[in-house]
Design a protein around this ligand. Structure first.
Ligand code: NAP
Length: 249
């Protein structure tokens, strides 16, 4: 049990990659705050999964793009536990539009959650963190290898990698590590049907390990970055993608 006694917040943990990470952290002994936006039943199911496997978790609703909600989430953590060891910034949204169809609304929806939301969460989290704490920001391989119609989304993930590096420098003197994980194409509710057809064939052909990812493929890296095993790792952007690179899309 690598995370015994640790308190961890996972944003957007009611489904997909966040749910996989929440379960994996709990399986290593962490108490997990399972954040969700609107899917209470899904978040409750993740909590039930964790508790029936002997772990500890609570579900907390908060829209991570809203400062007041973010503050409320971390106030709940303070009231329940008084401290925080791990933050996984995972709640994110993608709107795929060619540049001709770009809307300001889609820009703000993505940047407000994927970038501002991550920064607001870190601002609140570090009030509860001390030396040894770990912040993990979920980015995407699209940050360095964007595909068609993903200019805004990919830009948010490029920002995630950069802010992770910047915060690693800023928070290093306080003993807090910050890293980003870049998942590849991962089967989740968000991507259902997305990897079908020609795009999916290209992705698979360019993936050395020959399949799409699952949340369970990403979660062990989050456990590593949350645990003391990675105590000398900070400011890094690490791909978890089956090796896919330069597909061209
Ligand atoms: P998903 O299946 O759509 O799950 C998204 C999660 O985020 C849900 O739990 C959802 O909660 C939550 N959420 C959405 N908006 C929120 C908000 N405003 N405040 C708080 N929570 C919110 O997504 P996913 O595919 O697992 O993606 C998770 C992360 O991985 C994202 O940052 C995404 O960019 C990144 N990523 C995904 C892939 C991929 O192929 N799937 C690849 C690279 C990176 P509700 O259910 O309550 O709405």
């Amino acid at each position: 049990m690598k995370l015994n006694g640790k308190i961890a917040v996972v944003t957007g943990a009611s489904k997909g990659i966040g749910a996989g990470i929440a379960k994996a952290l709990a399986a290593q002994g962490a108490t997990v705050i399972v954040n969700y936006a609107s899917s209470k039943a899904d978040a409750d199911a993740v909590v039930t999964h964790i508790t029936t496997h002997g772990g500890s978790a609570i579900a907390v609703q908060a829209d991570m793009s809203q400062g007041t909600d973010v503050a409320r989430l971390f106030n709940t953590v303070r009231e329940h536990y008084g401290t925080l060891d791990v933050l996984v910034n995972n709640a994110g949204v993608a709107v795929f539009q060619m540049i001709d169809d770009l809307t300001e609304e889609a820009f703000h929806t993505q940047f407000n959650l994927n970038v501002l939301g991550y920064l607001l969460a870190v601002r609140e989290a570090v009030k509860l963190m001390g030396p040894g704490a770990s912040i993990i920001n979920i980015s995407s391989i699209l940050s360095t290898d964007p595909y068609l119609a993903s200019s805004v989304y990919s830009a948010t993930k490029g920002a995630v990698d950069t802010l992770s590096f910047a915060l690693a420098r800023e928070l290093g003197p306080r003993g807090i590590r910050v890293n980003s994980i870049l998942p590849g194409h991962t089967n989740t509710p968000a991507t259902a049907g997305h990897f079908a057809g020609e795009l999916g064939e290209k992705i698979l052909a360019g993936t050395p390990l020959g399949r799409f990812g699952e949340p369970e493929d990403i979660a062990p890296l989050a456990v590593f970055l949350a645990s003391g095993d990675s105590h000398w790792v900070t400011g890094e952007s690490i791909r978890a993608s089956g090796g896919v690179r330069g597909v061209g899309y």
